[in-house]
Ligand binder design. Structure first.
Ligand SMILES: NC(=O)c1ccc[n+]([C@@H]2O[C@H](COP(=O)([O-])OP(=O)(O)OC[C@H]3O[C@@H](n4cnc5c(N)ncnc54)[C@H](OP(=O)(O)O)[C@@H]3O)[C@@H](O)[C@H]2O)c1
Length: 221
């Protein structure tokens, strides 16, 4: 769409990513989708006028870095990248296996970093990067050391990138979503979630904290 922002949504097969893609398209953005589950990815693409879609796996960091260049080719340029990939994990530090810790760090930190690393050279002037971390960065809970550490590593990395990009006019958003009603904690890769209060309305929060800043081209802070 020539009159809208061109946005890549990575994690578009998830609840937050799916909502973000739909809301961005509703506001006139041309979207490209990346996700792991091929069937859901195709469904979501069909629901958005057959927009470009590419499957990927977070462990393949080179593939993660190649997503934005692909989207720029598919959309004729790229103005913003939204990254919503993530997986929960629970258990005390001595209970979580090294394999599970590696999984949490890869999906929640290394993969989003690789996506952004690949995006920075191809984003147009005044481009934006919006990456979901979470309120856990500010309020880590017991039984989430590895998940909280991964999100906090991602937040620290984004903070440095934001400073590096300031002179270029690229905005780098660290989107600290609160606990939402998407069932995210129930899809944990290890352990099970403690009893949590009801999550907030995902559509409202995704619109307020993610889609609106991206569509307004939030200024670098
Ligand atoms: N929901 C909340 O309460 C909440 C609160 C704060 C922060 N967050 C953050 O918001 C983000 C999205 O949450 P959500 O509620 O939308 O969760 P979700 O529905 O489970 O979505 C997670 C997304 O991550 C993708 N993903 C997971 N493992 C992957 C892997 N190995 N390779 C590639 N993609 C992978 C999933 O892909 P597939 O579906 O294709 O497998 C999906 O697109 C996460 O980063 C989460 O940490 C959520």
């Amino acid at each position: 769409m020539a009159d809208g922002r061109r946005v890549l949504v990575v994690g578009a097969t998830g609840a937050v990513g799916g909502l973000a893609a739909r809301l961005l398209a509703d506001r006139g953005a041309a979207v490209a989708l990346a996700g792991r589950d091929r069937v859901r990815l195709e469904e979501r693409s069909r629901g958005l006028d057959g927009c470009p879609a590419l499957p990927f796996e977070a462990y393949d960091l080179e593939r993660c870095a190649a997503l934005a260049p692909w989207a720029a080719r598919a959309l004729g340029g790229l103005d913003a990248v939204v990254v919503t990939v993530g997986v929960a994990g629970f258990g005390s530090a001595e209970e979580v296996t090294n394999a599970a810790a590696e999984h949490l760090m890869t999906v929640n930190a290394l993969a989003p970093m690789a996506v952004v690393r690949g995006a920075l050279p191809v984003l147009g002037a005044a481009g934006s990067v919006a990456v979901v971390t979470g309120a856990i960065v500010d309020r880590p809970m017991r039984g989430t050391a590895d998940y909280a550490a991964a999100k906090t590593a991602l937040a620290a990395w984004l903070g440095v990138v934001r400073r590096e990009q300031r002179g270029r006019g690229t905005s780098v958003l660290d989107v600290r979503l609160p606990h939402l009603d998407t069932g995210f904690a129930d899809r944990a890769v290890v352990g099970s979630a403690p009893s949590l209060p009801p999550g907030g309305d995902a559509a409202t929060e995704v619109d307020r904290l993610l889609v609106t800043p991206v569509m307004s081209g939030a200024a670098p802070t």
